[in-house]
Design a protein around this ligand. Structure first.
Ligand code: ATP
Length: 328
């Protein structure tokens, strides 16, 4: 028989992402709505090992929906990767009468949850929180939309300098091995070229395209580069390469970095977080486990956690074609 769920714990784990606070708020308030207890775990799995817990009520999450980062803090825990660490974590959950977990994080955090569930059969549901959008089973991860808008605003500003000085800017955006941010921000900011890990078009093609853009009368150019691009050169080497092969432009580099992970979540991310938090708690109350909640065709759906970890979220190649046409 499925044990009835009376107390749910929520935590944020791995890299922080805008919208995590909105998701914590949603989990806490959904628990309050169903009149079950809710515990916040500080610093992800490390806090679970150290019993760094706090009781959360509907009022504990006042005024956080608009805040970036995570009020529960996040951490990467080496100790949780060991059987000994997980044993301590399990003992703490049992001691505090916690029946189930909501894990807000990326694929590493979900892997931890699957390992834990295999060992202890501990019910858990994941909410995908990462700006990279590299998780299968959801069209959008929490924080991705905000990161897109943050990066796009930054590139708009860089464009002002680029066009005032006839410069070519290489702008590196985040995304690890996924080109979602680069491709969408590139199209949204009107970049002349977009370099993503999923499609290596070669350096020659980039030079040709930049030359074409110059001769068509453009005074400035922006090349958006995903941090995991596979051209074999980092963004500084790419800039040097272009400068050596094209004397038409003065070349500059801007690496946007961690500013893309911060800031107030967009309306889209706040709404997504609210929807996913409700579904995560409701699935646990229905006795379901080892699932990730996500968005597909604007519907909240559940995907097997292992599938979410192993599957690939494919990039929209049509968008590359659109980008090509836009640079005419
Ligand atoms: P991001 O996408 O921002 O990197 P993430 O959730 O993928 O977020 P990770 O650092 O990969 O971040 O994972 C978070 C934590 O999950 C790890 O610090 C570790 O405690 C736990 N974890 C990851 N993989 C495992 C594993 N194989 N076994 C046990 N725990 C794990």
């Amino acid at each position: 028989m499925i044990k009835s769920i009376k107390k749910i714990a929520v935590m944020t784990s791995g890299g922080d992402a805008p919208g995590m606070n909105a998701a914590i708020r949603s989990v806490v308030r959904t628990c309050a709505y169903y009149q079950i207890e809710c515990i916040g775990i500080y610093r992800g799995y490390q806090g679970m090992i150290e019993a760094d817990f706090v009781t959360m009520t509907a009022r504990s999450v006042n005024n956080i929906i608009h805040k970036g980062g995570t009020i529960l803090k996040s951490a990467r825990s080496k100790e949780f990767r060991t059987a000994e660490g997980r044993k301590k974590a399990h003992a703490n959950l049992i001691k505090h009468n916690i029946d189930a977990l909501v894990v807000i994080g990326g694929d590493g955090s979900f892997t931890g949850s699957v390992v834990f569930n295999n060992e202890y059969g501990f019910p858990a549901v994941g909410i995908p929180g990462t700006i990279d959008n590299d998780i299968y089973g959801t069209s959008h991860t929490l924080g991705y939309d905000t990161a897109l808008n943050t990066a796009m605003d930054a590139i708009d500003k860089i464009r002002d300098t680029a066009s005032s000085h006839n410069r070519l800017f290489f702008v590196e955006v985040m995304g690890r091995d996924a080109g979602f941010i680069a491709l969408n921000v590139g199209v949204g900011a009107g970049a002349e070229e977009i370099l993503i890990p999923e499609e290596d078009l070669g350096l020659e093609r980039m030079l040709e395209s930049l030359k074409k853009s110059k001769s068509s009368g453009k005074s400035s150019s922006i090349v958006v580069v995903a941090e995991g691009d596979k051209s074999g050169k980092n963004v500084y080497q790419l800039a040097n390469y272009v400068e050596e092969n094209m004397d038409e432009y003065e070349v500059r580099v801007s690496v946007l970095g961690h500013m893309q992970r911060g800031g107030s979540p967009s309306c889209f991310d706040r709404v997504l977080a609210s929807r996913l938090g409700v579904k995560a708690v409701e699935l646990l109350l229905e006795g379901k486990t080892n699932l990730m909640v996500g968005l597909q065709n604007n519907e909240v759906i559940a995907t097997d956690l292992e599938k979410a970890i192993k599957g690939n979220n494919d990039i929209d190649m049509e968008l590359l074609r659109v980008s090509d046409i836009m640079t005419t």
